[in-house]
Design a binder for this molecule. Structure first.
Ligand code: ADP
Ligand code: MG
Length: 255
């Protein structure tokens, strides 16, 4: 592992839904230790690109590398094992689970993936679960929501759910965590807290790639910022460069 290599690299990603081209030759790299932002008008293809990178959608073309290792075509579970974990724009409320249990499900298994490893190596899984639970509890404390640990996850507010989702993502110490709109629908006070938590985690070495619609939030938090438009990368630059780029202004006005 060459630490100067990008932690994530995606090359020529392609995806269509019927006749609609959602991702059109999109390429990007995320530097280790960065908070990289991703913006773009509604429907630009941001979530689709996350789904392709994290293995939730099958790509029509392109390659994804995590820590220099190709993960193209792997399942979300396998990709998370390689160090790339993502959160969802709309976190799922885990029916019948407390926050503690929801944290333990972690980012996996996802979408009905195989639970065979649980049967094949129960000892290993239990050790891992214990370590994950300790880490999860520490994160809930840090996010100032440890009092919610025995609450049904269905009782949480939208903002609390976003925090649990963030904690869930961090639990396994991924090499890179992809956040899809971490403060969408979250009140400004909690959004500021989330920004502070992300910053602190980043100072401890956590790499982030963050989609966010809230412009002041992402401009203040991320550098560089990748701008997506019509399925392709329009530009990448510092918040300053992005803010003053005429193509970006046009994309938002046109969208
Ligand atoms: P963004 O996250 O930037 O708002 P999306 O990636 O959600 O954009 O969507 C990009 C385009 O792809 C949109 O036109 C959207 O309707 C379409 N799209 C996304 N996911 C699907 C899907 N599962 N089936 C059909 N169309 C989809
Ligand atoms: Mg989206």
């Amino acid at each position: 592992l060459d630490k100067s290599d990008p932690v994530l690299r995606a090359e020529g990603m392609q995806k269509s839904f019927g006749g609609l081209v959602a991702t059109d030759d999109a390429s990007l790299a995320v530097e280790r230790g960065s908070i990289t932002g991703m913006i773009g008008p509604n429907g630009a293809g941001k979530s689709t690109l996350f789904n392709l990178i994290s293995g939730f959608y099958d790509a029509d073309g392109g390659q994804v590398f995590v820590d220099g290792e190709e993960v193209s075509g792997m399942s979300p579970h396998q990709i998370s094992r390689h160090g790339l974990v993502r959160t969802f724009q709309t976190p799922r409320r885990l029916e019948g689970m407390t926050v503690r249990e929801a944290m333990l499900v972690g980012p996996r298994p996802q979408r009905g993936e195989s639970v065979w490893p649980l049967f094949l190596s129960p000892g290993k899984v239990r050790d891992e679960e214990r370590a994950n639970l300790a880490r999860a509890e520490e994160l809930l404390e840090r996010f100032e929501i440890s009092h919610l640990i025995d609450e049904p996850s269905t009782d949480l507010s939208g903002g609390q759910l976003k925090l649990v989702e963030l904690a869930r993502g961090i639990t396994t110490n991924p090499d890179i965590l992809l956040l899809d709109e971490p403060v969408a629908g979250v009140n400004p006070t909690l959004a500021n807290d989330i920004k502070r938590f992300i910053r602190e985690l980043n100072e401890e070495g956590q790499t982030f790639l963050i989609i966010e619609h809230d412009m002041p939030f992402i401009m203040d938090l991320a550098d560089p910022i990748i701008v997506l438009d019509q399925g392709s990368v329009l530009m990448e630059g510092t918040p300053e460069q992005v803010r003053s780029d005429q193509r970006v202004i046009d994309a938002y006005l046109g969208g």
